[in-house]
Design a protein. Structure first.
Length: 338
């Protein structure tokens, strides 16, 4: 018999057990002994059986799939979160369907629509820097598809969200800089419409006000989260011939853009300009000097978002939503360390 035509009943008949026992063993159900589970798994491998997930989904009304939508994938922060989510999903017998919006709100909307059509059991999403309209998310919630928003959170009431202390983390970076003697501080900020851009700017502002250091508006740039934005903003700043002592960037990629610009201009960090950023990155070992940062614990973000989502999936009658703020940590390396 071809492996493609094998059924649970064929496996059960060979082992002289019920099809229910085979099904439970393959799902690692606690009702089945470890010995029986091993026997079933060994037999399945021997016979080349492939489970019919479509049929299983129709009978259980679950797909055991989770959609994940992020703005970027070539980014340490999101890449690290995705890896942790994959591990946690595997441990809980779920598959991940990954979608990347590329910071485009229309792509994001289509991705969510696709995931709804695929009948995923839940969605984890970090919105784009363009997203200001939320009807597609409301559509999912109206269909009782649980959503957990991470990092970048839409302005919606009563939604699950997991994020870091953006304002407090930014404050800690600027306070440290001021305490070691910096007063001429610039900020390459993100978009105010996106929570991380606004909250990190407010943290910067809080520290400057606390220590009575005036904010120079010529040193405030707003409008992006990527490397290109950091590069172009520094070039504009340099052409004005009025460099600050230190730049605090809204994200790690923005800081990378500064490193590239500084290298092209023949300047040195931290001698000519110093840098500290929000968020860590995998390129640290290649940077000279290594970049100090406000670290975001990506594993905790992934763990909390998955815990909330699985709880919502398994307790569909509950209308309770959760909001979890995770502390940050200031990591000092080769910059901002006079």
């Amino acid at each position: 018999m071809k492996s493609s035509s094998l059924t649970l009943n064929d496996i059960a008949q060979k082992l002289n057990v019920s099809a229910v026992t085979v099904s439970k063993a393959l799902r690692n159900h606690p009702d089945i002994s470890s010995g029986t589970k091993k026997l079933v798994v060994d037999t399945v491998e021997e016979m080349g059986y492939t489970p019919n997930y479509m049929a299983r989904n129709l009978s259980s009304k679950k797909t055991n799939t989770i959609g994940v939508v992020v703005p970027k994938i070539a980014h340490f922060f999101f890449g690290s979160i995705i890896e942790s989510i994959y591990d946690l999903a595997f441990e809980n017998n779920y598959e991940i369907i990954l979608m990347v919006s590329q910071e485009n709100k229309e792509r994001e909307r289509k991705h969510i629509e696709t995931l709804l059509a695929m009948k995923v059991d839940g969605i984890i999403v970090s919105i784009t820097q363009e997203t200001t309209e939320y009807s597609v998310f409301n559509k999912a919630l109206q269909r009782d598809i649980p959503i957990v928003f991470i990092d970048r959170i839409p302005n919606l009431d009563n939604v699950n969200k997991v994020y870091v202390d953006d304002r407090g983390g930014a404050f800690s970076a600027i306070e440290h800089a001021i305490k070691i003697g910096y007063k001429k501080i610039a900020h390459f900020a993100g978009y105010d419409e996106v929570n991380i851009g606004l909250q990190r700017y407010l943290g910067f502002e809080d520290a400057m006000k606390k220590y009575e250091i005036p904010i120079n508006n010529d040193w405030i740039f707003k409008g992006g989260f990527g490397e290109k934005y950091g590069y172009e903003s520094f070039m504009k700043l340099y052409k004005n011939n009025n460099l600050p002592e230190l730049i605090f960037t809204v994200t790690y990629p923005v800081a990378l853009g500064i490193y590239r610009a500084v290298n092209e201009l023949g300047l040195k960090i931290p001698e000519d300009i110093d840098v500290i950023c929000f968020g860590d990155g995998s390129e640290q070992k290649y940077l000279s000097p290594p970049l100090s940062c406000v670290d975001q614990p990506t594993k905790l973000i992934a763990q909390n978002s998955m815990n909330i989502l699985l709880d919502n999936i398994n307790n569909s009658d509950s209308n309770e939503t959760k909001s979890i703020e995770i502390p940050t940590q200031l990591i000092l390396r080769g910059t901002c360390v006079r």
